[in-house]
Write a protein that binds this ligand. Sequence first.
Ligand code: B12
Ligand code: SF4
Ligand code: SF4
Length: 333
Amino acid sequence: MKQAAHAAGFHLAGVARAGPLDPGPLDRVLSLGAEADMAWLRTQRDVRLDPRLLLPGCRSVVALAVAHDGGAQAAEPGGAAVARYARGRDYHTVIKKKLKGLVGAIHGRDPEARALPSVDVGPVMEKVWAQRAGLGWIGKNGCLITTGLGSWVLLAVVLLDRELVPDEPHPERCGDCEACIPACPTGAIPEPGLVDARLCISFQTIERRGAVPETVAGRMGRWGFGCDDCQTACPWNRGKGSESDPELRPVRHPSLDLGELVRLTPEEFRARFHGTALARAGHAGLVRNGALVAGASGEVAVEPELRNLAGSELPGVAEAARWALDRLRGGYR
Ligand code: B12
Ligand code: SF4
Ligand code: SF4
């Protein structure tokens, strides 16, 4: 299985025995409301906690990881920073292709096997399975960290109705370190390992539809799509990030031009961002994020565009533009 996974293009692969997961940590997140608008985390609770509800007869979970580029910090004057994982082609497309190769190899060997591949959007706790299958551990920053590639990895799984020899779960290696917790600009890590999405810049700039709360907007600095601050602070990421999958290497400058963002039309959005992870934020989301970064980082050059956007009907954009003008001019008029 591991040879087949490497041949399909995965950097890391491991096996865990399928079974129910401890509901405690997920229920803690839900009891705090820390899932924010991601209602699916609540509605899919039961299936997320037991892969046998997703694939009846599931006996093994093959956990997989692909390294992505851990390149340079993207914050630049006049720009909006993009998280490292999103600078190349859309990883969902890239990883689905690899999963297809792996499932093909499984069926080549065992045509009757039932194998269910999943990446990101499926109701599977990918980090937990990766930890159980020995790939790495869930750090205090909430990310899956590997000793060889740091946390600059993206995850996927194949659920299988066959019993494979399981790997040992990976031990926790954060130790006494807590560097990621104060590194978070919005205080979104209230407890080790627990990320409160309501405060997380990554959630607000990618998943959130509509207005972004001022508490986050005022602290997002130059992040225009995602955020890497709690990973950049992690000592396990020092010197890591050069072993990217070729298709996940940056296809654009890591920083988006703010002037272009606040003027972005739906047609330009489709032409520039289709096929990239940035499409997830939608046209309105990217324009909104551009306005927020302008306000958060004092970009007076785009003030005329912000004045236009203050009357926009795109969800969350007028609020963002007014907030930004407020910040730039000490009061919106
Ligand atoms: C919802 C989601 C988010 C949400 C919530 C973040 C979160 N921490 O879960 C938001 C939008 C904020 C988000 C942000 C990001 N995400 Co995201 N996200 C997901 C998604 C779709 C589901 C994760 C989930 O179920 N979260 C809900 C909570 C309850 O689950 P959990 O954190 O997994 O909690 C379990 C464990 O962490 C464990 N646990 C909880 N606390 C503790 C504490 C200890 C000590 C231990 C041992 C265990 C433990 O128990 C919990 C329940 O069993 C997964 C894909 C997937 N299907 O798994 C990607 C995923 C986790 N995201 C990913 C990425 C890349 C990111 C970002 C780095 C993107 C970016 N640069 O902006 C940030 C990182 C933010 C952060 N610090 O975690 C990658 C993670 C890669 C990695 N190396 O870890 C994933 C796996 C996608 C993928 N297929 O590669 N994400
Ligand atoms: S992704 Fe950014 S905002 Fe979210 S927890 Fe990490 S540092 Fe905080
Ligand atoms: S910064 Fe330290 S505490 Fe945070 S995830 Fe990395 S090793 Fe763990």
